[in-house]
Design a protein. Sequence first.
Length: 248
Amino acid sequence: MDTPVPEKADAVRRLREHLADVRELRAAARAAPALARARRALREWQAARLARTHRDLLDSPRYGAAAAFFLSDLYGTKDFAARDEGIARILPRLARVLPATALDAIALAVELDALSERLDLAVVRHLRSGQPEGPLVIAEASYADAFRATAARSERERQIALVVRIGTELDRLARKRLVAGAIAMMEAPARAVGLEALHDFLARGFRTFRTMRGAQEFLATIAARETWIIEQLYAGARQPFALPAPEG
């Protein structure tokens, strides 16, 4: 189902709020280096799990680039601080030059970043309560226990919904013929003022979705798989990351 076209003022408001949220969360993580290291270990574990779950999409000629983009730029081990700090620094200018669709995609990405930071920190603290010393060791059973104990199911479902909405906005953006030229023209000015990370996010997202030629099946596949895994985790399944066999 199509989502409504975003309004620029609303996208800017949400972007400002989520930037403040994620910057506060990152500051708390930086204040505790051991916690930051454990958080990175958790994200590496989760990224590896996502790569296993969606291996066929990563290997797909049509969907491989989009799957790699999602794992690196929406939920992976990449540090998004440079991107978000750059956005905060020139938000009024971005609001003037970018279309509402692009601003909405950025706002959703930062919202996902903030939500993931909050949930990951909660999971790390729960895991650390049983492992106060040494490198964080993560097993499926301990992860599943922490996953259930630290967040309501609705928050996890919100992560999936955000991924789908970001993909939808990038797909919508990729259909606009004039956007490619605008993004290309932004590259030199963006690098001149230290906004390489933001430009890279927009440019690669645009290219990825433009070459995919329609994202509906790709996004539906990710949503269905991740929703199934959430259901299994909250049900206490013995193998929560095992997907059901395809029908037929």
